[in-house]
Design a binder for this molecule. Sequence first.
Ligand SMILES: [Zn+2]
Length: 71
Amino acid sequence: MKKFLALVIAAVVLMTAQVLASNYVGNANSKKFHYADCSAVTKMNPSNRVEFNSRDEAINAGYIPCKKCSP
Ligand SMILES: [Zn+2]
């Protein structure tokens, strides 16, 4: 039982780390970036997906903020 709990905790920590690592998602085709939970991100072609750790990082890469989710 303790082993199971440890596994669950490890899984939650890993998932949280992944979400924090990609707060912003850019589209290499449209050159726009979004919050990771923007509906445009789910519709995006995975091959156009570019992940950013910060807003500055996306802007420095030449991406412009999405008008819908305004990151
Ligand atoms: Zn968006």
